[in-house]
Write a protein that binds this ligand. Structure first.
Ligand code: GNR
Ligand code: NI
Length: 172
């Protein structure tokens, strides 16, 4: 296991379309294992492979609280195959946009089809925070960030702030 650095906006790899995983090999298992370690360390409730610079359709999620047993969920090539008409609003954050939270409206319930690490295809109906998290993570695999759903004013403000911070890091 190893921690991998989490990429922060503006980082071009966060805007790329990720490629499907074609076979679950040792490299995929190592990626998933590193993603869980990185996600628990952050800490976050979800992580998508592009956030650690790997442009593959791999997601890790764990919604358990710190005082509960872990409930790790790894999704390979996840796809939303149905979404409810009903919407729900959650205040979202993203490890690639640190310390910024804003409300986002999404379908309240979705059905997600994915492959497990064991190579089994499963379909899972999800609601509540898990539904929001699954949608947030799948967006990452398509180069989409939650700030894309905000007003242009808010999005521009966030992008500017992180662009400026990145320029300062360049200089040192
Ligand atoms: O840790 C995270 N919390 C969170 C809260 C509300 C909606 C989505 C999320 S996902 C986020 C971790 C992350 O950036 N995953 O991509
Ligand atoms: Ni995120």
């Amino acid at each position: 296991m190893a921690l991998r650095p989490i990429l922060i906006i503006p980082e071009p790899r966060l805007r790329q379309l990720c490629a499907p995983v074609t076979g679950i090999d040792a490299e995929t298992r190592k990626l998933v294992s590193d993603m869980f370690e990185t996600m628990y360390d952050a800490p976050g409730i979800g992580l998508a492979a592009p956030q650690v610079g790997v442009l593959r359709r791999v997601v890790t999620i764990d919604l358990s609280r710190e005082d509960e047993p872990r409930q790790p969920l790894a999704m390979i090539n996840p796809e939303i195959i149905a979404a409810s008409e009903e919407r729900s609003i959650y205040s979202e954050g993203c490890l690639s946009i640190p310390d910024y939270y804003e409300e986002v409206e999404r379908p309240a319930e979705v059905t997600v089809r994915y492959m497990t690490l064991e190579g089994k295809t499963v379909e899972q109906h999800v609601s509540g925070l898990l539904s929001t998290c699954v949608q947030h993570e799948i967006d990452h695999l398509n180069g989409v960030l939650f700030i894309d759903y905000l007003s242009k004013l808010k999005r521009d403000r966030v992008n500017k702030k992180f662009a400026k911070a990145a320029r300062r890091e360049d200089v040192g």
